[in-house]
Design a protein around this ligand. Sequence first.
Ligand code: SME
Length: 172
Amino acid sequence: MGWLSGGVQSSRKVRSMDYESAYRTITRLAQEPNAAQVIVNYLHDHFPAYSWVGLYWVQGSDLVLGEWKGPEATEHTRIAIGTGVCGAAAASGRTEIVGDVSRDSRYLACFSSTKSEIVVPIFADGSVIGEIDIDGSVLNAFGAEDQRFLGRVAAVLAGVRTRTSAARAARR
Ligand code: SME
């Protein structure tokens, strides 16, 4: 028991440090052109459990798929707020963690390989402007540490989005 729990603790520690260094990398990537796509790529490539990573952005009463990286494209490129796990997170402004998608009646299926999902809202000025949606290929792929980490990443992405929208508006 002592040996086992020691092993679990030390592997958790390495993971926490990994989230911290990943967060620092992401704050640096946020300065790059095309930062949202670069950050999505980094999340997908750096975390083995993050099988498919996408950003949905709010447009009126819908979520519209923006940057994504994964083995296949999703047919759900536009989701009404309130529909699916994605729409639920956008409606409530709360992170959704689904450990087993086959047991969640809200779930909109995209990939047959998906077993679990996390959706983290992105806020600007107190409103949901988008979200990070990540599919996992194993049950219970996401936990409290992913939620904390991705909440911080969402804040970085809010900054990126606000900056790029302002730049786009200035060019018009
Ligand atoms: N599963 C999501 C839809 C988006 S795909 O996972 C990329 C949902 O239930 O809202």
